[in-house]
Design a protein around this ligand. Sequence first.
Ligand code: NZQ
Ligand code: ZN
Length: 385
Amino acid sequence: MNNFQFYNPVKIIFGKGQIAAVAREVPANARVMLTYGGGSIKKNGVYDQVMAALKNHQVIEFQGIEPNPRYETLMQAVSIARRGQVDFILAVGGGSVIDGTKFIAAAMLYDGDNPWDMLSKGIKAKKAVPFGTVLTLPGTGSEMNSGAVITRAETSEKFSFGSPFTFPQFSVLDPETTFTLPLRQISNGVADAFTHVLEQYLTYPVNAPLQDRMAEAVLLTLKEEGPKALDNPHDYDTMANIMWSATMALNGVIRVGVPTDWATHYIGHELTALHGIDHARTLAIVLPSLLRYKQETKKEKLLQYGERVWGVTVGTDDEKIEATIQATISFFESLDIRTRLQDYDVDEATIRTIVKRLQERGTKNLGERADIQIEDIEKILTRSL
Ligand code: NZQ
Ligand code: ZN
């Protein structure tokens, strides 16, 4: 096992009726900014529950954080929050609202010239305004990690950042908030969480059987619960299991002491930036080709994943690996997620554009062995056509 440090200060408040806890979790004298998206929270009663919990607080609202949150929108929130001397932010929504809020919180106290540098140049935030979250869409894991992915519309760039200061203080996870989710968003959440686990598990063995089995536990749970959620999206227990699985997939626990890949996410972000394809769907497009392309260096873990998660035990190693990748593709397809670029009307021209952008950016050394270069990305995307 590799050396590691583990730090995760997020308080999780899980279950039915728990939004009321916001009243005591937000500091009593805080000037609060409530951040949310396009209005789903007004249709499902979540907004009313949050406002009831904040009835003794001073609150200003920032509505309109879009899916794949935009820097341009978030900077408007930063100036409103600064003018209003906001000292606590409450994010209510999915990964986009939570990610956007992490950026607002860090940008408000950023002491350099341009907060975009945290994304484009990797300059670390040194502080951030404290914030909490009320999660309404399980999938990204943003509710219990310190990372965020932000899009700059002007240049169609999508970059991530993270810092020890951008962990939420607390996150309320009430599975009932998911009952109004469109099926497409449930599918996205399951596929995103599933891929988060695979990016931290399908690498190479380092004799970390506990991390492996914890990763497999999350995969098996998502494999069982995902289809149930699509059949019965109002089943509390199913949604509770999906919610907690998605949080466990990306709160740092399964990553400790093991190598991680993240090339699928890196490549996927380019597809969202250029074509607006939902984040999870970009992963379902890229992952199968990446696994095939890297099957020699990922061989041992692919065989273990196949056997323990999909029950693949017969055939040569190559046959077992192919059956395992096919099972993964079928799982995505069973969630009604297409896995080829052509399903999204994307052709070679986009691959050429991506290659050019990566060359300009100097992208190199992706993956757990730092051996995925731009020419490999081109081949992986070509195999996804
Ligand atoms: O904006 P509203 O009106 O709230 O509607 C949203 C949005 O249109 C809707 N929605 C959310 N909760 C709902 C609901 N509709 C009905 N009922 C509810 N309860 O769903 C739509 C999509 O929301 P969004 O937040 O964009 O989805 P998701 O949670 O999948 O977040 C995707 C973003 O997270 C980033 C992605 O790159 C993408 O930008 N990620 C963040 C990560 C992190 N911070 O750790 C890791 C992930 O890999 C991912 O990259
Ligand atoms: Zn993801």
